[in-house]
Design a protein around this ligand. Structure first.
Ligand code: F6P
Length: 337
């Protein structure tokens, strides 16, 4: 006879690692789905560190009222060194027992999921929800927060372009993304950048930057927008190199943490809600130690161990599209975007 899945009566939910717009929407979906299933929900504050410290708050339908459009995370977030140690994780297990938690839903990126895997090995059921502006979780083609971060960066760069165009300057803009170029490439395509530098493509300074500026100039342009993924190098360094090579005086902007804030877009709210709903259902139905991911738009559940081994590559066809848009050339000042 098959054994009945463990009856889930109370779960914990936490957000961990860098925050991402849409985390609140995911927390809300987890809480509301739990309530609908008759499962109690406990918010663990400050990520894995909060689990170690028994830093919690009881959640109900009303606690998550009005958080859907808010950026940040009502549960706070942290990166915990203590949780990397066996002793830290042992304390976390004690908190789970003390609070009577039958499982944890962890919202974050790969670092969060590595923590979740370790916790699952200690017998605590876990389900992960991918949320990071970097979009660099291998098992999921989308992570909550990416779309909002792209839109924030685009809005900033559009504004930069106005003044670069007036002064006929070159702008070098650094966007986040850690070791991945998703944010830079999507944003670069969307703003019609002169060049986009990503860690997945080895930068040939002459070909990828100088020749592009020259071609753009030949096509009639007098302002240039270079988008640099932080993982590809420093915008300050590239600015200096451009100055030394062609005598221009580029203006450098590092967009920084502004990219992590703001009200989540429709895509992030909708994806977060579907993922939160799916995570609770999986847990309650006895399918845990997995990551809720999107593949071809649909929601799938992937065992954590397998999920952490999966790789997602930057779509180089998109890189070629970006190149073609610029190399195709233009003859008027503004029609290259
Ligand atoms: O992972 C999200 C992210 O914003 C990365 O893009 C960036 O490299 C990093 O976090 C910044 O981390 P911190 O908030 O610790 O400065």
């Amino acid at each position: 006879m098959e054994s009945e899945p463990k009856k889930i009566k109370r779960i914990g939910v936490l957000t961990s690692g860098g925050d991402a717009p849409g985390m609140n929407a995911a927390v809300r979906a987890v809480v509301r789905t739990s309530v609908a299933k008759g499962v109690e929900c406990v918010g663990i504050r400050r990520g894995w560190q909060g689990l170690i410290n028994s830093d919690f708050v009881l959640l109900n339908r009303d606690s998550v009222k009005h958080i859907l459009p808010l950026g940040g995370t009502m549960l706070y977030t942290a990166r915990s060194d203590e949780f990397l140690q066996n002793s830290g994780r042992a304390k976390a297990v004690i908190t789970c027992k003390m609070l009577g938690l039958d499982g944890i839903i962890a919202i974050g990126g790969d670092g969060t999921f590595r923590g979740a895997l370790e916790l699952s090995r200690l017998g605590v059921p876990v389900v992960g929800i991918p949320a990071t502006i970097d979009n660099d979780v291998g098992c999921s083609n989308y992570t909550i927060g990416f779309d909002t971060a792209c839109n924030t960066a685009i809005e900033c760069i559009d504004k930069l372009r106005d003044t670069m165009q007036s002064h006929e300057r070159c702008s070098v803009v650094e966007v986040m993304g850690r070791n991945a170029g998703f944010l830079a490439l999507y944003v670069g395509i969307a703003v019609g950048a002169t060049a986009v530098l990503v860690p997945e493509h080895k930068v040939d300074f002459q070909k990828d930057i100088i020749e592009r500026i020259q071609n753009s100039k030949l096509a009639g342009n007098s302002h240039f927008m270079i988008v640099v993924a932080e993982g590809a190098g420093s915008a300050v360094d590239f600015g200096r190199m451009i100055h030394d090579a062609v005598g221009m005086e580029p203006r450098v902007t590092v967009l920084g943490h502004i990219q992590r804030g703001g009200t989540p877009t429709a895509r992030d709210r909708e994806t977060a809600t579907r993922m939160g709903y799916s995570a609770v259902n999986a847990m309650v139905e006895g399918r845990y130690n997995s990551i809720i991911a999107t593949q071809e738009g649909g929601i799938v559940e992937i065992p954590i161990e397998e999920a952490l081994k999966m790789k997602k590559h930057l779509q180089m066809d998109r890189y070629r599209i970006m190149e073609t848009m610029q190399l195709g050339g233009s003859t008027t000042l503004l029609d290259d975007f």
